[in-house]
Design a protein around this ligand. Structure first.
Ligand code: HPA
Length: 246
């Protein structure tokens, strides 16, 4: 049996449906993961939950120990990861509270510990990353969305910025020209580290706001909270259907 992990982002700091049987702190060669791992069951399927930004929510995107999180999940026997992430919308379908299952990534981050293959062991390793997300998990998420009658965009390019500030309008305009449909701050190096260490990984993105310059005025934390409230409820419904079929 494969073990499933769900990484929760802003707006999903816990999984209400998770019947927790154990909490485990894992020490890794890369330091401490974001939080204790909550291990339990949903509908008789074993599920491990990790709050990406810590519990309580205190770790900004650029300070998350992505390597420790991935190493610990692998150590706990996880094969499949669904990463839930709050993002900003760029292209027309990505309206506030909408959901997307990205199929591509453009990485704009810098200064993050972004690889397990840092050359310290004297080896040079390049992994293929043509298709950054697991096609198997994406297909299951798309099927679950149909089963649960939750609307999603099944294809989207995730542009990952450094944060923690939001983008300028010009940056969002450039990202749109680059082909990004949505913008977040945690998709990388999370996705590549999962791949480097041999886990399947897919993301479920929840639109918290329109990207900078897409609407008049500034982006407010109040609108982000309001949109995430609606979007995360739909994400939870989709995840229930995904786990039921897992
Ligand atoms: N930009 C980057 N990350 C985000 C945003 C955004 O507008 N909204 C939520 N996460």
């Amino acid at each position: 049996m494969t073990t499933l992990a769900i990484i929760g982002g802003t707006g999903l700091s816990q999984l209400a449906a998770l019947n927790i049987t154990r909490r485990e702190a894992v020490n890794t060669p890369y330091g401490n993961p974001s939080a204790e791992f909550l291990i339990g069951e949903i509908q008789n399927k074993s599920v491990i939950f990790l709050a990406r930004h810590g519990n309580p929510h205190a770790i900004p995107p650029h300070k998350i120990n992505y390597r420790a999180n991935a190493w610990a999940l692998k150590h706990l026997g996880v094969q499949d990861i669904i990463a839930v992430a709050a993002v900003g919308g760029i292209t027309a379908e990505m309206v506030p509270a909408a959901l997307a299952i990205p199929d591509q990534i453009i990485d704009y981050t810098y200064s993050r510990e972004h690889t397990f293959f840092d050359g310290n062991d004297g080896n040079v390793t390049h992994i293929d990353f043509s298709y950054p997300y697991s096609q198997k998990l994406r297909a299951k998420l798309i099927t679950a969305a149909a089963t649960a009658n939750v609307k999603i965009s099944p294809i989207a390019t995730y542009g990952c910025t450094q944060g923690p500030r939001l983008e300028t309008s010009a940056e969002i305009a450039r990202m749109e020209r680059d082909g990004c449909d949505l913008v977040g701050m945690t998709g990388m190096p999370e996705a590549v580290l999962a791949k480097e260490i041999g886990m399947d990984y897919a993301a479920l993105a929840v639109m918290a706001n329109w990207g900078a310059g897409k609407t008049a005025g500034e982006i407010t934390m109040a609108e982000i909270e309001e949109n995430l409230h609606h979007g995360m409820a739909n994400a939870a419904t989709l995840l229930q259907a995904f786990i039921a079929a897992y």
